[in-house]
Design a protein around this ligand. Structure first.
Ligand SMILES: [Fe+2]
Ligand SMILES: [Fe+2]
Length: 472
């Protein structure tokens, strides 16, 4: 079951050939996907041969095969984690019932909405990142970009499979619309705001894969708890792939930080832009921006929708089954932030209504771990500077803080004070112009752009100077 069948037009481990109707429907969607990839996927990549991994199995070790692949010939497929024998609905009103193998009729609309919202982010990120290949800091990094891109494309396949297999005609329509909405499109934008801003420089790409892909991890983890078993199995395998995307982000930012500390020491100044490096306050601003827009992705602090999804057994908490409580939460409470006067205070509300906030907090803790490692690099270099995640209330567009002006350290401030300081907190047009100005392509194997350190090791046992991308 877990082996992937590559003899099929659409590689899969779901016995697609046993269901001719479904197979035909997906084979009809396939050219539209390839067409989308051609038009809105990575620019110039048609002739590139890239050292990419492809899933060949879904069970534990050795699930991926690495080889040089011509980009448009990448085999996007449908891979679900193996079915867990006797799995139950583990939370909400249906707790203890057998997990659903078909869509529960009364929750059809909610389930479809969850799948569409998740699915929409996958092609969106490919669209956002499509021009980055032109300014890659190394072949190693160019490979990372393409690896992330092909797998986000595959994640779209994962969600489209669920829509086709379980939602009939309206599922097929939703699958078509996944290729009709586009990142930043004035008429048909992507569903979530953070997926409508283009990723124009590589510092943004590394921040994206650190912060935004990690939002993906938390969304997928809570969907992997779903009582709807095919969604759970789909998300479980996506999480296996997602780990590498976050690795790209964490090591990417880490290498920028490392290079910056080297330049600071070499020239004995924090002002390293003149030496082609990215100064630490600029890295902090990028972090402030990406972290705050990602916090919005978790939604309102108090949410009836989230409470309903939980009660229905559709979307759980992070690592639901490892939490020691009744998994129904009718009599539990949780603290959410609230503005009182000019202070952010904590307020106790029902646990069900605060599901989003809880996931946001889990996410924040996870984000902090990488920041600690970056700070270690800075302090080990003997430099007196710390990167800090901004306060939850800083620069928010959704929820309690949407209309508030709050400083990165969590003080509610006046609009005037915000205006006077915002240029120190968020990237300015000038900052962006500077970072873009140092994004010059480096395509000689083993060579790195001057603003980033070399990776500690290569990919899959290859040396860092391996020719990860051949241009032809
Ligand atoms: Fe993804
Ligand atoms: Fe990802």
């Amino acid at each position: 079951m877990s082996k992937v069948d590559y003899s099929q037009k659409i590689p899969n481990n779901v016995n697609l050939s046993d269901d001719r109707r479904l197979q035909r429907a997906l084979e009809n969607w396939q050219p539209a996907f390839l067409n989308w990839w051609d038009e809105l996927g990575p620019v110039d990549s048609t002739d590139y041969e890239v050292f990419l991994r492809t899933a060949i199995d879904v069970s534990g070790k050795g699930w991926a095969h690495f080889d040089m692949v011509r980009m448009p010939e990448y085999r996007w497929g449908i891979f679900l984690a193996d079915q867990e024998e006797g799995r139950k609905v583990n939370f909400g009103a249906h707790k203890g019932e057998d997990a659903w193998q078909e869509v529960p009729g009364e929750y059809r609309a909610e389930l479809r909405r969850l799948i569409v919202t998740q699915g929409d982010t996958e092609p969106a990120s490919v669209e956002q990142q499509r021009r980055l290949g032109r300014t890659c800091p190394s072949l190693y990094d160019l490979r990372s970009l393409f690896q992330v891109n092909v797998e986000e494309g595959r994640h779209l396949w994962a969600m489209v499979y669920l829509l086709h297999a379980y939602f009939g005609r309206d599922g097929r329509e939703e699958a078509d619309e996944m290729l009709q909405r586009h990142s930043g499109d004035a008429d048909k934008p992507r569903i979530l705001e953070a997926f409508n801003v283009p990723t124009l420089d590589w510092l943004s790409f590394f921040m994206f894969t650190y912060f935004q892909d990690r939002d993906g991890k938390y969304q997928l983890s809570s969907l992997a708890e779903s009582g709807f078993d095919p969604l759970s199995r789909t998300c479980n395998f996506m999480l296996t792939e997602e780990a590498h995307h976050m690795f790209v982000g964490e090591t990417g930012v880490g290498r920028v930080v490392q290079r910056s500390t080297e330049l600071i020491k070499e020239h004995d100044t924090m002002d390293i832009r003149q030496y082609g490096g990215i100064d630490l306050p600029t890295i902090q601003k990028w972090m402030n921006f990406h972290f705050s827009i990602c916090l919005d992705l978790f939604g309102q602090e108090k949410s009836t929708n989230a409470a309903n999804f939980y009660n229905m057994g559709l979307k759980g908490r992070y690592q639901e089954t490892k939490i020691d409580d009744d998994h129904q939460l009718d009599n539990d409470f949780y603290m959410v932030p609230e503005i009182e006067g000019n202070k952010v205070v904590m307020q106790e509300i029902g646990a069900l209504a605060s599901i989003n906030e809880r996931l946001r907090n889990d996410y924040r803790d996870d984000c902090q771990r990488g920041v600690d490692r970056w700070n270690k690099t800075i302090s080990e270099a003997g430099i007196d500077y710390q990167l800090t995640l901004p306060h939850t209330a800083f620069h928010r567009n959704i929820g309690t803080f949407a209309d508030a002006t709050v400083s990165p350290d969590g003080n509610v401030i006046s609009k005037e004070e915000w205006d006077a300081n915002v240029n120190d907190w968020l990237p300015t047009a000038e900052d962006r112009a500077f970072v873009e100005s140092i994004m010059v392509p480096v395509t000689e194997p083993g060579k790195m752009a001057g603003w980033i350190a070399a990776p500690a090791r290569g990919i899959q046992g290859k040396e860092p100077d391996f020719e990860y991308v051949k241009f032809h």
